[in-house]
Design a protein around this ligand. Sequence first.
Ligand code: FES
Ligand code: FES
Length: 154
Amino acid sequence: MAVYNLKINGTRMEVDVDPSTPLLWVLRDHLKLVGTKYGCGIAQCGACTVHLGDTAMRSCSLPVSSVGNQEVTTIEGLSENGDHPVQKAWLEVDVPQCGYCQAGQIMSAAALLKSNPSPSDADIESAMNGNICRCGTYVRIKKAIKMAAEEQAS
Ligand code: FES
Ligand code: FES
């Protein structure tokens, strides 16, 4: 076991865990930040996506020991009042169906728009390629990302 002082959603949080513990389980089991979901556990579905700095990362495959001083942002910390442009567009377009994959989808979309404020269709497809939705909400996801990009630009 080892003690880690992590910066998560702007707050320092301390956990005492095995260094190999995936960040996902630190978030969900130790810090009760359960918005980040478990899907596959092998970095293949995107349900567990969080931001490490400004980069979208699969938290199921990221040992807590490799987080270091990088800031972690989860869906709970993306905005204070659920009013990030991506979250607003998601509501406007009514993207979710069952909802299970959606935190990961939103975190990937937000990271995309941070690095590329005006993505093309191909950019969106490439960035969102690893986020699987069993309910098939892909068309609405793309529409919402475009709407969020327009709002950010205005
Ligand atoms: S649970 Fe992490 S990518 Fe599927
Ligand atoms: S909304 Fe059901 S898995 Fe994506």
